[in-house]
Design a protein around this ligand. Sequence first.
Ligand code: FAD
Length: 557
Amino acid sequence: MSDFDFIIVGGGSAGCALARRLSDDPGLRVCLIEAGAKARNPAVHLPFGLAVIGLFNNLQWGYETAPQDQLRQRNLVWPRGRVLGGSSAVNAMIYSRGMRADYDGWAALGATGWDYASVLPYFRKAEANQRGGDDIHGADGLLPVSDLPDPNPLSRAFVEAGSQAQIPVTDDFNRGEDCEAIGIYQVTTRDGLRASAARAYLSPEVRARDNLTILTQTSVRQIVFEGRRATGVETGIAGRHAGQGAGDDRTQTLCAAREVLLSAGAINSPHLLMLSGIGPAEHLSSHGIDVVHDAPFVGQRLVDHLDVITQFTSRIGARGGLGFQWNVPARSLRWALQWLSRRGGTFASNVAEAGGFVKSDPSLDRPDIQFHFLPARMANHGRQLVWGYGYTLHACNLYPRSEGEIRLASADPAAPPIMDPRYLSDPDGHDMRVLMAALDWSRRILAAPAFDGYRGRELRPGAAVQTAEQIRDWVARTAETIYHPVGTVAMGAADDPRASLTPDLRVKGVRGLRVVDASVMPRLIGGNTNAPTIMIAEKAAEMILDAVRSGEKGPTP
Ligand SMILES: Cc1cc2nc3c(=O)[nH]c(=O)nc-3n(C[C@H](O)[C@H](O)[C@H](O)COP(=O)(O)OP(=O)(O)OC[C@H]3O[C@@H](n4cnc5c(N)ncnc54)[C@H](O)[C@@H]3O)c2cc1C
């Protein structure tokens, strides 16, 4: 007798959505296992908490990349949520789907059934847009999508500046096309509170379901196989951080009658597969791991959005943005009253309020640069408080050609894997060129008249950085992630050796095991990755439930 029908590993964006949809069927016993705790910290729930969330180590995995050859050997900080809700509990809440051509590109790569027309119904199914539904947007889903109640005047200035720089203005980036535009983002919040996947999909009533077990502060150490069939997972009690020991030696095996569903994210899903014997055979053997299935591309094809940051001081003090200053207590009191009285004001802000999409080269078929504008001076992913007022513009390369990998540092499940995105390693220098164009665009927008009343000193890159050589050097010294690693367990055609999964997300070469999270994306999308990951979970849940309804008893070949 198995403990559960389905075991979901990882309670993040995908895992929470999957747990909800599968447990909608009262005949299925579902278990969701999350390494982190339930999110009790107000910084998670209050959107403006994003400004300080990086200070709380207990909400994150504390990951860093390997030294990056093209980035002056820097180890980049890679924030990832370790809490029920996963990265959706620590992210910037921007609701962004990517573009039609992204999904058509997935299908062209062999991910049959993932073209734009096929995924659109799942974006709509997930979405509860405050503006109501139409043929593109959904109104009746579980993921709240809202307009920011009170965008900061600086964010409005950014949109006006973009318009002055000849970029069209939009109030909807998510129509699949025509997103070469600038505007205020819609956000995944409701009533002034963050809608993490945990809050959106696992309401108290759902959490209380008899057929849903949610284990928090429980780490999966490996997938258990009988031959080539995944039959369950081995868990341990989570330590405070990966790399700081498992915290407890007690382990437990939980059994899944139907399937194990890996939703541990683009770093931990390939890590767990490799720990469990699915990955490049030689690499696994070199760590003393018995090979269940030689899967050369598990952990490979890692891509991420690399980002350059332009920052100015604002010369009109408190009216010129959000900042830490002597008057923070008084302003916070006002913000608290605004939030309590109408769930609006600064506390309802996701900080990264505005943005847009432009092309590095006008001949491109779609934008390849995305902006995130913050009416504040944040530093080091919010892990450091900055004194003073100002504004910051992030600009990232949406379609990198550099590919990296996740590989094992050790066979010990408590040791983090090596994360090596190999940023800017593409041989023809495409990724560097796009980032140089991104800086050029950023400076052009921030020089527009709309900022004349605010503009202080250019802190980053700074007036001294002007020539192509200086800019290249500055990119190498300062570029950072904008948090969208994907592709490490990519789906694709059954006969494509670079695809680790078939298009129904089953792991090739074994039975009873699927991956459902951001790792499955065969290529990065042109936008933020939370909504696409939730779309993947919605579509996966339907495929899995269809298989159950069609009479599939246990794992299929
Ligand atoms: C700081 C930040 C800002 C971002 N901003 C945005 C944004 O504004 N908009 C947007 O669309 N996207 C944004 N993203 C990206 C987006 O949030 C992620 O792409 C998305 O959440 C990934 O979902 P996932 O399900 O693949 O992984 P995650 O949500 O990371 O979930 C994985 C879960 O698995 C758990 N887990 C891992 N290993 C184990 C194990 N061994 N045992 C048990 N549990 C385990 C983790 O603790 C985690 O909860 C941001 C991300 C970050 C980090």
